[in-house]
Write a protein that binds this ligand. Sequence first.
Ligand code: PFF
Length: 589
Amino acid sequence: MSELTPQTDRAQWKSRFGFILAAAGSAVGLGNIWKFPYITGQNGGGLFVLIYLACIVLIGLPIMMAEIMIGRAGQRQPVGAFESIHGRKTAWSGIGWMGVVAGFIILSFYIVVAGWSMDYTLKSIVNFTKPIESKAATEAEVYIATTSISDMKLFLVNKETDRQLHPRKTLLESRLTKSQKENYERFRTAIEKAEDQDQARLRLLKDEELKSSVEAVEKVEQQVAKARLEIAGSVQTKINSLSATDLLAQVKLSKRRDLVFEKMTGTFVNLLTNGWHSLMWAALFMMVAIGVVAGGVAAGIERACRFLMPTLIALIGMMVLYGAFQPGFGAAVSFVFSPDPSRLKASGVLEALGHAFFTLSLGMGAMMTYGSYQSSKTGLLQESVMITLLDTAIALLACLMIFPITFSYGQEPTAGPGLVFMSMPLAFAEIGRTGMLLSMAFFGLLFFAALTSAISLLEVVASYLIDQKNWSRAKAAVTTGLLTLVVAVPTAFSSDSTSVLSNWEGDYGLNFFDTMDHLASNWMLPLGGLFIAIYAGWVMPRRLQEAEVEDMPAWIFQVWLVLVRVVAPALVIIVLMQKVGIFDIDEWL
Ligand code: PFF
């Protein structure tokens, strides 16, 4: 295929707006609503968000422009786009190949989480929290009836002390490096096995490096213990001064919340550890995605996104509005927006950069594929800015939707991956009647967000068969979808102890699910992004490039060029070097 021969019968978006919605649909997904809030929570909020925004502008946006540019110029999906641009076979097509493989891998675990969102939507519709709540209320009353007042006081003191201690503890522990913690862990294991522990300690601490790690960790432990004592003192005074009625009310509330949380965790763990259940939902989700992709670019993907994206935005708007009237809203806003350097570690910066790729669907040719269905030569900058803005706005809104609710209902923002499936249902249960509606809206929007992203992942793989192998769209979508489902089997069973792969975690250190996520998100996307930036900055014929940016101010083109040529590759290489373990940035800074 010569570089200038257009393929006339190729599928096209109906309108620019449709393209923007579809591309934003790809970008806005589980990454925004499930992952971004919990990594923001784990990295201490404000400053992490600021750095994430910088990564989006300095790396995400330029690479997004590069991908759409290559797709538009090549008018092919990623494997074919580079050949089409150069008019011959080229090694750069390797980027496309890696994209197809990455798409396959990401989709295989993405549909499992997406399936959970369907499961929880159904659970919300049947009001699953109600029996959990009433059981917990009964058990809380039994506790009050059968426990002595002094034990109840002790329970409250411990609970409140832990809650207040948590931020200080996290802060103190964040001063320790990863290797100090690892050294200490080894030291503890060895000591615990020894018969004469004092002697074992003396022997082990002859090693200078180990000694300094142990001293550092023990110093922090002492500081934590001191802080705990201080807090416990004041908490105890407060609790002793409570009237009997208040004391019982507080114990009841606290106990009930504990029990609901325990049961909610149990519900999620049941799903997580039942491979067949997860697989059934993943298969159902896959069917929906196959249906959309088989429908075609304009009649399937564009039409679905035209309905799903506005609905998703309306649902998020509604949830944020609800959050705005909650007592925890102020705390949530200041958590997300006020930068506090003491809460962020250097490795958090790298996590922000890695997430920028995932959230914008970059590094594997999804944007390239979507761009290839556009023949327009104008508006590259405006389109990329719109997609990026939508994605970023929704990630921030997701935080403003989740944190006010978790803060108001006694949950920590640092809950991790379970934030969405355990802490949120707990909050919904506490809210009562409206909780059920909110829960339906929340999991429904999670499902919509996942669907618009999954179809773009499926499209990358299916379009290879359509463009390069001349398969019909329906056959390509069904085959790719079913194949992905096969790869999803070990993922769905990754936490199921009956699985054939139950030894996986012991051998790899990560379960199958996390291994796939790690491989694709931490390696393939940044590597793909690196090569795409290098290609767009240094290799792509200038003539074709200029044809795509005719309506762009020259200075913006120059800035873009510097970003894709130097800034983005340099930053990605630093991230990859850290991942290989060439250096540990936390120990450097
Ligand atoms: N951007 C999606 C999200 O944030 O959930 C994930 C994703 C979709 C990554 C499509 C890559 C991709 F090609």
